[in-house]
Design a protein around this ligand. Structure first.
Ligand code: AMP
Length: 114
């Protein structure tokens, strides 16, 4: 999608601090971090939101979580724990319409959610 900010980051048209990249997924640091570690993991292929997923995306979404697990270890937040969030739609607080998994860690998370 030509006007999607995350597609532009994936293409390298907008600068980002990348921490991971493979054929399917790109991960970069959030520009406005909500925790000491705040990474966004995005599929390289544009998908608006969780609402648009089909059975063909199951391997991709599983891979997104596997990469999140690896990055949590790389960032040294795995042992103490972290939070993974996928905001969806306006009530879910999604502001960028390209699926992304927030990886938040490095401090205790607030609870309850919602
Ligand atoms: P969400 O509200 O779940 O859609 O999350 C979108 C996230 O993208 C927010 O946490 C923003 O801070 C982050 N964000 C927006 N633009 C950029 C950018 N250019 N580079 C890195 N993160 C960004």
């Amino acid at each position: 999608m030509s006007d999607c900010i995350f597609c532009k980051i994936i293409k390298g048209d907008i600068p980002s601090t990348n921490v991971f990249r493979d054929k399917q997924v790109t991960a970069f640091r959030d520009i406005s971090p909500s925790a000491p570690t705040h990474i966004l993991l995005v599929p390289n292929r544009h998908i608006d939101s969780i609402n648009m997923l089909t059975g063909e995306d199951e391997q991709l979404m599983g891979h997104l979580f596997t990469v999140a697990s690896q990055l949590a270890m790389q960032e040294n937040v795995a042992e103490n724990g972290y939070r993974l969030i996928v905001n969806t739609g306006s009530h879910g607080g999604q502001t960028v319409p390209h699926i992304h998994l927030h990886l938040l860690g490095g401090a205790p998370m607030k609870h309850p959610m919602g």
